[in-house]
Design a protein around this ligand. Structure first.
Ligand SMILES: Cc1cc2nc3c(=O)[nH]c(=O)nc-3n(C[C@H](O)[C@H](O)[C@H](O)COP(=O)(O)O)c2cc1C
Length: 143
């Protein structure tokens, strides 16, 4: 993959507020919106869903990613967006699709507060958690 100007790779989790019976249909709508909009701004990423949590990676030009994040933070289908990691990267990890659907994983629970108060000496644990989450998000990236 060709290297690009520094990109922002942002990983957040949020509390999923969509009732179970509407979850599939709403996720379809979210993905459709992402597939329409994200390519116009050079944004790619991945979305993971559980009964009570969303996890999403957004990658792209810094201004575009920040603007999209500010926009979707106000989406009433979720709440309490918490940034877990925001870093500059030179290559995309989720570059093949405007928004990969990493599927549903009900073992994922919203625990941003817990994460935010993780003691300094648990930095390794935080890394492991983030690494696992990123692996989960990458799982269905089409070849
Ligand atoms: C968890 C979650 C992730 C979303 N991801 C994206 C995305 O990557 N791109 C996008 O355009 N909209 C995304 N949306 C949808 C936006 O919040 C919003 O509904 C969409 O941009 C349409 O905006 P509008 O209703 O103001 O036109 C997401 C929504 C949620 C709840």
């Amino acid at each position: 993959m060709t290297a690009e100007a520094p990109l922002l790779q942002l990983l957040y989790i949020s509390r999923n507020l969509i009732p179970e019976e509407r979850l599939d249909a709403e996720v379809d709508q979210i993905l459709a919106a992402a597939h329409r909009f994200n390519p116009t701004k050079g944004i790619t990423g991945s979305l993971l869903v559980s009964r009570d949590t969303f996890a999403q990676v957004l990658e792209g030009p810094r201004d575009a990613v920040e603007a999209l994040y500010r926009h979707l933070e106000h989406d009433p289908r979720h709440a309490d967006c918490a940034t877990l990691s925001a870093r500059s990267v030179t290559e995309r990890k989720f570059g093949k699709w405007s928004m990969t659907y990493a599927g549903r994983k009900d073992s994922l629970h919203y625990d941003a507060a817990q994460f935010a108060t993780m003691p300094e000496d648990c930095a390794d644990l935080a890394e492991v958690f983030l690494g696992r989450l990123i692996d989960d998000l990458a799982v269905n990236e089409p070849g």
